[in-house]
Design a binder for this molecule. Structure first.
Ligand SMILES: NC(=O)c1ccc[n+]([C@@H]2O[C@H](COP(=O)([O-])OP(=O)(O)OC[C@H]3O[C@@H](n4cnc5c(N)ncnc54)[C@H](OP(=O)(O)O)[C@@H]3O)[C@@H](O)[C@H]2O)c1
Length: 227
C-alpha cells in the first residue's frame, strides 16, 4: 500500500521501518528534505542521526509534508504536538480528502522543561483539532499511549497482551486501523473508545505515562485493561 508518514522523529522512523519491512511503499514527510538529510547529529532523545537511520532504511523515500500526504492512500501524523497543526497545513488539506489519517501525536508542551504539560485537555484534544483542521480526513487517534518501539512490536511485552486505544468518528476507518494494528503489528487488545472526542482521555493519560516512565526507570511498559 502507498503510505505517507508525516514526521521524521522516533515514531515516524519506527513506523516507516516496520511498514517498509512489510513491503509497503512509503514516503516520509518533513519540513525541508535538505535540512533533514543534513542532520548528522544524534537525535534529541539519544537515537541515531537521521542520516544514519536513512542509510539503513533506503527504501523509505523522503519528501515534503505535502509530497508525503499526496503519495499516501493511508496517512500517519507523527509530528510533534506543538507542530502538528502547522505540519498538516503545510501538507495541504486536499491531500487528505477521504483518506484515513492515523494520528499518533500527543499535545505535549516541553517548553517549560520536564515534565511536559498538555497544550490542550479536558474539553478538547489534539485529535479533535486535527479532525477539525481536516474535515474530509478520516482521523483515527491511536498508538499515542506507548513508546514508539512497542507500537509496531507489542509482543515484546507480555506476549502482546496489553492495550492500544482507537478513537474516531468514522467506523470503517477505525475498522481498517484495527486490522492494521492486529494484522500488521500484532496487537491483541484494541479498545475502541468511541468518537474522536474520546481522544481527550487517550491524550490526558500522557502525564501519568511520563511519571510512570520515571517511576519504572524507562519507557518499555504499557497499560493493560482488565475487567
Ligand atoms: N516518541 C515516542 O515514543 C512517542 C510515543 C507516542 C506518541 N508520540 C507522539 O508522536 C509524535 C512524534 O514523536 P517523535 O518523538 O517521533 O518526534 P517529535 O520530535 O515529537 O516530532 C518530530 C516531527 O515533528 C515535526 N515538527 C516539529 N516542529 C514542527 C513545527 N513547528 N512545524 C511542523 N513540523 C514540526 C518535525 O519536522 P522536521 O522533520 O521538519 O524536523 C518532525 O518531523 C509526537 O506528537 C509525540 O508526542 C511519541
Amino acid at each position: 500500500m502507498k503510505i505517507g508518514i508525516l514526521g521524521t522523529g522516533l515514531v515516524g522512523r519506527t513506523l516507516a521501518g516496520k511498514l517498509a519491512s512489510l513491503g509497503h511503499d512509503l514516503v516520509m514527510g518533513t519540513r525541508e528534505v535538505a535540512a533533514l538529510t543534513a542532520r548528522r547529529e544524534p537525535s534529541p532523545r539519544g537515537g541515531q542521526s537521521f542520516a544514519d537511520w536513512h542509510g539503513q532504511n533506503q527504501k523509505v523515500k523522503l519528501g515534503t509534508f505535502a509530497e508525503a500526504a499526496a503519495h499516501g492512500e493511508l496517512l500517519i501524523n507523527a509530528t510533534s504536538g506543538s507542530g502538528a497543526l502547522s505540519a498538516l497545513r503545510m501538507a495541504g488539506e486536499k491531500n487528505f480528502d477521504g483518506k484515513v489519517l492515523i494520528d499518533v501525536s500527543n499535545p505535549l508542551d516541553f517548553s517549560h522543561g520536564m515534565p511536559p504539560t498538555l497544550l490542550v485537555s479536558n474539553t478538547d484534544s489534539l485529535g479533535e483539532q486535527v479532525q477539525r483542521a481536516l474535515p474530509r480526513a478520516r482521523v483515527v487517534k491511536t498508538l499515542n499511549t506507548m513508546n514508539a518501539i512497542l507500537m509496531v512490536e507489542p509482543r515484546q511485552l507480555a506476549d502482546g497482551d496489553h492495550a492500544v486505544f482507537v478513537s474516531g468518528n468514522d467506523v470503517a476507518a477505525k475498522k481498517q486501523v484495527t486490522e492494521i494494528l492486529t494484522g500488521w503489528f500484532g496487537w491483541k487488545q484494541v479498545i475502541d473508545l468511541g468518537d474522536i472526542s474520546t481522544a481527550r482521555g487517550a491524550e490526558m493519560i500522557l502525564p501519568l505515562w511520563v511519571r510512570l516512565m520515571g517511576a519504572l526507570g524507562g519507557p518499555r511498559f504499557n497499560f493493560k485493561i482488565v475487567q
